[in-house]
Design a protein around this ligand. Structure first.
Ligand code: 1GP
Length: 249
């Protein structure tokens, strides 16, 4: 395992974590670093960089450098494709969009990117990425057969397949800006069978959302929109409060 995954695995033993997603297109360089600093001061455990389509390599690299210099937690690329890759970050989520109809997003871009990633020496965290309805933009752009919200068994099958294929984490994604997060029942059922960490994101805006998902067994919560819309306000504070409480702190 790499250093970032080792560190996260170790920290997950003590309880759930929170990742802050920052879009370097909307918040470039120093602005990304400022948001990261605030979020980490409030207790966020890692920074994910990504989120919108068409982020240039230069923008990603500048944001990664600025964020890495500003915060002591891992700076991890949440890629939209090979153009997001930069060795200025600590690691990349090397993710297969499991329920996409586009074979490139399931495996082919990975084959193209793998030699470059190896040459860069960038740590990869192999991850099964599963989009749940409504899926929002990633559901559309990714040409996803979204998992219906009332079909936890479908999600469980994909999540287990990811684990059995050797992936290190599973990410249940409702889509950035989703009106509601992934249903708690789905999180509960997936968690009940999975041995690798379960990430949940999309549509988490309040402490109550966070509490419901944590009680259902989510181990890493990802939020982006709440900070974009409200900054380091009550939304993020409430969510981080719940994560801390679930850790027993
Ligand atoms: C999107 O899961 C993340 O990929 C975060 O979603 O922007 O809705 O917080 P939000």
């Amino acid at each position: 395992m790499g250093r970032v995954l080792d560190g996260l695995t170790e920290r997950l033993r003590a309880g759930p974590l929170h990742f802050t997603l920052i879009d370097p297109d909307k918040s470039p360089g120093a602005k990304a670093a400022e948001i990261a600093e605030g979020a980490v001061a409030l207790g966020s455990d890692a920074i994910l960089l990504g989120g919108s389509t068409g982020i240039s390599r230069e923008k990603m690299a500048a944001a990664a450098r600025a964020v890495k210099a500003a915060v002591p937690v891992p700076t991890i690329i949440f890629p939209e494709g090979p153009s997001s890759l930069t060795d200025a970050a600590d690691a990349v989520l090397f993710m297969s969009l499991l329920n996409s109809r586009r074979l490139d997003l399931v495996i082919r871009v990975h084959a193209q990117a793998a030699p470059h990633i190896r040459a860069m020496g960038l740590e990869t965290i192999a991850l099964g990425y599963l989009v749940i309805a409504p899926g929002m933009r990633v559901g559309e752009v990714g040409e996803v057969d979204v998992v219906p919200r009332d079909a936890p068994k479908v999600a469980t099958g994909y999540a287990l397949a990811a684990e059995l294929l050797g992936m290190k984490m599973v990410y249940l994604e409702a889509g950035s800006g989703a009106p509601a997060p992934v249903p708690a029942e789905m999180v509960r059922e997936v968690r009940a069978v999975l041995h690798i960490p379960l990430i949940v994101g999309g549509g988490i805006r309040t402490a109550a959302d966070a509490r419901t998902l944590l009680e259902a067994g989510a181990q890493i919560l990802v939020t982006g929109t709440v900070t974009e819309e409200e900054g380091l306000g009550d939304g993020l504070r409430g969510i981080l409060g719940e994560v801390r409480r679930a850790r027993g702190g």
